[in-house]
Design a protein around this ligand. Structure first.
Ligand SMILES: *Cc1c(COP(=O)(O)O)cnc(C)c1O
Length: 814
């Protein structure tokens, strides 16, 4: 891309500050953290409900960025950069993308629907890429921000586009249509996801169809309701397994591990096999087949290519590697766009100084090889990669362009040499296209633990954080509780994300939790709720701030601070208002005042108390009393000591139920991890943790045979039993066994039969298609932690924090 500023100003109708020279930009960014930002970058300062990119502009100027699209010019920066002022930076980004899209005129597929967009897009890319230079949305970039960024990736050599569009409310699709301008439309399906944004189903259908106002053809599963909403000028090309009036009629047969689809269209008839058996995959593959038919592919080519369809994996996965390495596994794609995204992700991880890239040949960049690898080399340099392993014939030829590069002709050569390569204390990005089978490299580098993992969705954490932030007054500060290993979800990765979101404080239970965070480079203020005297020295060394809850603790802490000759060390005063756990009772306050008045060693940074029952409506009166006591006691301290501390009392349900008690700060805990006590609020949160395992063994038993210890399950009929390697030692309660609970396999509930063992449990899979090695969901969306907690008479907190540390945590972004 190379666009003059003049053209940009016109396309987004901006007012520049001052005169604009004949400058060009060649890259657009919205991510202040990206190391790819440079002097030719145009930075759009987007404003979210809780994050305003205008606050990063100063830093970006220091890093050499010169061009900004802004809603306003930040104070004192007017003379330091070129500012293009607009009313709405998001709209400007979209206008620019629409302008840019119009510079190109090749066929473009636009995909929308409730499910399957990304898979259909990836599969079409796979099926069509032998014949076209395709630009497609990276990952699942389908939002109001993702779509413009996808389209901006087009370059002169592309001759086919595939973009997905996702919406959550009325009016959004029209904007995306303008940017994508699809010539071929695909509607995957319309389900009930994201219904909140729409009045009713017809409004939702109309909105989705807005993507297709200008297409030459719309491909969809024949559906009279939907077709009734279509404008008469939109031509359709439909398939159906039921309605013979569809353009293409499908008869399906399912076998153990593949489906056979008989395809009839007018006088053509042929059969394809796809390596999937589930409904959704069949549906997704049919959208692809119809697209190929529309593009006039021969049946032979269609048959041969769809046979090779594969499960789509779009996520960047972070894993623990051997020798204290961190792996970023992106071993399923190697296009240039997704390389850029992966490198930004690597930068955000910042875990180790040393960064290694394992890279395969790159396909379909649309660029000539020489130019492509020069660009890759620039990326590698700006992202401070310490060394590169090139795998593949083409990338190896350009090895001289990279710093510290070693080359291998193929993955096998790398694996043969693996023993002599050194990997330790570094972050390794593994980025290769599918045919290179880098999963073998990942499995060599991955730390070996057992097959059960707790997957943590970092996007969901951001979502939940923003949800609670939106409930706060703009000036209310936010402390996030990451005690107990981040409620079992992993403390460091979550703390890093929270630091990026600029929360004000972290809260931990014990000093060593805070020390671990410091050692990982977290420099947010950290409050320690149970400061133990034995740890005071370390707390001072790592700058951790104690919660002081009694005269005894205060005196001991003062002694430690005096020894170090420190002044005004921040402390937090905890008042007991009815929880009766830790804290000063009202009668102790005068003594507290007299000690604090006589010392400069510490400074009261905040005063806090804790609500005992903010989640229980029947204790409303009690909670109000707690708040009143807090008001009285904290005011007393403020007055007597003439101080201006941060006051805070609300936990998660306090935020939701007592908006008037926000004071200066709130302490968010369980809500961040996606759990609410209230049904309605639960709907607004996204699931964070998914505990997964696999089936170790399947056997069939006959009526009268039993399963497990004490023969607690006896089969009434022939029963298929799956054994899953997770048990009570991993945190699965025995109360969840013996027919009470279930796990989810292939979308179906499999009842847990017999007693949960220490390291294993057994489930009834009689009616569930599955194999040894199939994935099992222990908890996540279904069953949810709350469901399990209710059935086992405990609370979600206990379940989350009981998941043993031998279960590997895996973090990902969508
Ligand atoms: C754990 C904790 C919180 C957070 O509570 P949630 O109910 O998880 O939001 C807040 N304050 C204190 C003192 C805590 O111990």
């Amino acid at each position: 891309m190379s666009i003059t500023l003049q053209n940009i100003i016109q396309s987004i109708q901006a007012k520049p500050n001052g005169k604009i020279a004949l400058e060009t930009i060649d890259n657009v960014s919205i991510d202040s953290r990206s190391l790819q930002n440079n002097s030719k970058t145009l930075f759009f300062a987007l404003v979210g409900p809780n994050n305003d990119a205008h606050t990063y502009i100063n830093d970006l100027i220091a890093k050499g960025v010169r061009f900004f699209v802004v809603n306003y010019i930040p104070e004192n920066l007017d003379s330091k950069a070129v500012f293009l002022v607009v009313e709405d930076t998001l709209k400007a980004l979209q206008d620019f993308a629409a302008y840019y899209r119009n510079l190109f005129s090749f066929p473009v597929i636009g995909i929308t629907g409730s499910n399957g967009k990304t898979i259909v897009k990836e599969w079409l890319n796979f099926l069509l890429s032998p014949d076209y230079n395709i630009i497609r949305s990276p990952k699942s970039y389908n939002s109001q921000v993702g779509v413009p960024l996808s389209v901006i990736g087009i370059n002169e050599n592309h001759n086919f586009g595939i973009f997905e569009a996702g919406i959550s409310k009325v009016g959004e699709m029209e904007r995306l249509q303008r940017i994508i301008k699809p010539t071929i439309g695909i509607l995957t399906n319309i389900g009930s996801a994201h219904d909140e944004g729409f009045l009713n189903i017809s409004q939702k259908i109309k909105e989705k169809l807005a993507l297709f106002t200008d297409v030459q053809v719309l491909i969809l599963n024949k559906n009279k309701t939907i077709e009734a909403f279509l404008k008469p000028n939109v031509k359709t090309f439909t398939w159906s397994t039921q309605d013979k009036k569809a353009d293409v009629f499908i008869q399906k047969k399912t076998f153990e591990d593949y489906s056979e689809l008989r395809i009839s269209r007018k006088d053509i008839c042929f059969t394809i096999d796809i390596p999937f058996t589930d409904e959704a995959s069949v549906e997704n593959s049919l959208h692809c087949v119809l697209t190929m038919l529309y593009l006039e592919y021969s049946t032979e080519v269609i048959v041969a290519r769809v046979k090779e369809l594969y499960p789509v994996e779009m996520r960047l996965k972070v894993k623990n590697g051997i020798n204290n390495c961190t792996l970023i596994d992106d071993s399923y794609s190697s296009d240039f766009q997704s390389l850029k995204i992966a490198l930004d992700f690597l930068e955000n991880q910042k875990k180790h100084k040393k960064r290694t890239l394992i890279l395969s040949d790159i396909f379909q960049s649309g660029l000539a090889e020489e130019e492509l690898y020069s660009k890759v080399s620039q990326l590698i340099i700006s992202n401070k990669i310490s060394r590169v392993f090139c795998i593949g014939e083409t990338v190896s030829r350009f090895k001289h362009k990279f710093i510290n590069a070693t080359s291998f002709l193929g993955t096998e050569d790398f694996i043969k040499a693996f023993e002599n390569l050194q990997f330790s204390d570094e972050t390794i990005l593994i980025k290769g296209s599918r045919q290179f089978e880098f999963e073998h490299i990942v499995s060599l580098l991955e730390e070996k633990t057992h097959e059960t993992v707790l997957e943590i969705n970092l996007n969901a954490i951001s979502h939940n954080l923003n949800y609670f932030k939106s409930k706060l007054k703009p000036e209310t500060k936010l402390m996030v509780m990451v005690k107990a290993f981040g409620y079992g979800s992993g403390s460091f990765e979550i703390a890093k994300l929270l630091a990026h979101h600029q929360v004000d404080y972290l809260g931990v239970a014990f000093a060593d939790e805070g020390i671990d965070l410091r050692k990982e480079g977290i420099d947010l203020p950290i409050m320690v709720m149970n400061p133990e005297m034995t740890s005071f020295q370390l707390m001072l060394q790592y700058h951790l701030e104690p919660e002081i809850y009694s005269i005894r603790v205060l005196k001991a802490f003062l002694k430690a601070v005096e020894e170090k000759q420190l002044d005004e060390y921040p402390i937090h005063i905890k008042i007991n208002t009815g929880m009766n756990r830790l804290g000063f009772d009202p009668e102790m306050l005068p003594e507290l005042v007299s000690i604090l008045k006589n010392t400069q060693r510490v400074k009261v940074k905040s005063i806090l108390s804790h609500l005992a029952s903010s989640d229980v409506p029947s204790h409303h009166e009690f909670t109000l009393q707690q708040i009143a006591s807090f008001e009285r006691d904290s005011s007393f301290l403020i007055q007597e000591l003439s101080i201006d501390p941060i006051r805070h009392i609300c936990n998660t349900s306090g935020i939701s139920n007592y908006p008037n008690a926000q004071y200066d700060m709130v302490r968010l805990g369980i809500g961040l991890y996606g759990v609410s006590n209230e049904e309605e609020e639960q709907q607004m949160l996204e699931n964070v943790g998914t505990l997964k395992s696999i089936i170790s063994q399947i056997r069939t038993i006959e009526a009268g045979e039993s399963v497990g210890y004490s023969r607690r399950f006896v089969a009434m009929k022939t029963t298929r039993v799956a054994t899953i390697p997770i048990g009570y030692a991993d945190g699965i309660s025995r109360h969840w066994g013996n027919g009470v609970g279930y796990v989810t396999i292939n979308g179906k509930a499999a009842t847990i039969i017999g007693s949960v063992c220490m390291d294993m449990l057994m489930a009834d899979v009689t009616d569930i298609p599955c194999l040894e090695g199939s994935e099992v969901i222990i908890f996540g969306k279904n069953p949810s932690v709350t469901t399990i907690a209710n059935a086992t008479k405990t609370i979600p907190y206990e379940i989350l924090t009981s998941i043993s540390l031998r279960v590997k945590r895996m973090f990902y972004r969508e």
